[in-house]
Write a protein that binds this ligand. Sequence first.
Ligand code: PLP
Length: 390
Amino acid sequence: MIPYGRQNINQEDIDAVIEVLKSDFLTQGPVIPQFEKSVSDYVGVKYAFAVNSATSGLHIACMALGLKEGDIVWTSPISFVASANCAKYCGAEVDFVDIDPVTYNMSIERLQEKLIEADKKGTLPKIVIPVHLAGQSCDMESIKKLSQQYGFKIIEDASHAIGGSYKDKKVGSCEYSDITVFSFHPVKIITTGEGGMVCTNQQELASKLYRLRSHGITREPTEMTQAPDGPWYYQQLELGYNYRMTDIQAALGLSQMNRLDEFVSKRHDVFKKYSALLGSLKINLPSKIPDSVSSLHLYIIRVKTNEFGVSRKEVFERLRAGGILVNLHYIPIYRQPFYKKFGYNVSDFIESENYYKEAISLPMYPDLVDDQLAYIRETIIKPIGHQTIF
Ligand SMILES: *Cc1c(COP(=O)(O)O)cnc(C)c1O
């Protein structure tokens, strides 16, 4: 069996976790700030807060930016549902911007058109959430320019993209956004089992994010409404959540940070091997754009029946039958029953619909070996029935 994504855990990772298990603090201990510093130093951002998932991170990011009922959030339809759900948690409305046919990220042209229209109708978004699909950054400079013109905030959903960069800055630097969120789910670039990180350069957002992660509680006297009653004193200033990461997880994350660059570099090796193996087939391989270095979370191919001669569904079935657990990232969010009821018009999303008809995510992770890659190629080509058992 070859999964589409897989974590890489070595003895040092295991030892780091065991050390915490033997220590005084399993959670809210010293490893959390160490992990946070490791990420903030790496990406070049002032503040980073560990949370128990990227979903939690996206939720408190929306809250910190003041998102509430009646507000509107725009994101990409080709993303995991969490990119949109975070807005729903705050009671906001969600709309989608169609994707670019080359990068599969949010299209800047569609975004611009939609902003012009929304400006006329008085339906401008409060927040736009660009998603760096497969680890390749969106055109953040253009999105930032539009945000200044139309007055929206930006949360980067960088769940796929730790280790990637854009215009010589690491993704997460928040050079072109208010907040960036990473995921450390095991299929992502580095893992903490479940977990995420929220990054920002803005001090006011940082203190909000810090409080919202833990019930809205502060122990900082300058944030309190009165002088502390005593050394035990804390105040709950708003309604927050328990979105904290444990020190057990943070130890794994901190240890994984040591190997982040190695992971990304190995993913680039796999990418090159795929290009060599699949380049002659009449399928679309992923594109690399000049301004960014992708972390290569996913390797997405597109199979057009009229070019390849076999349908995407059949290729998908061949791969699954061969024990290759390919996937589809993603079903357009507006197609989900939960979202359908809000009344989206499929004809607004021509490129997302085309993508959904043709995309397959092939296995992509650092430990893929040549034999597995050759087997993947062979399986794409061979009709079911002629397959050797893997
Ligand atoms: C994985 C993922 C998330 C959610 O991450 P969790 O850490 O599992 O909550 C959000 N957005 C995108 C684009 C993702 O791929």
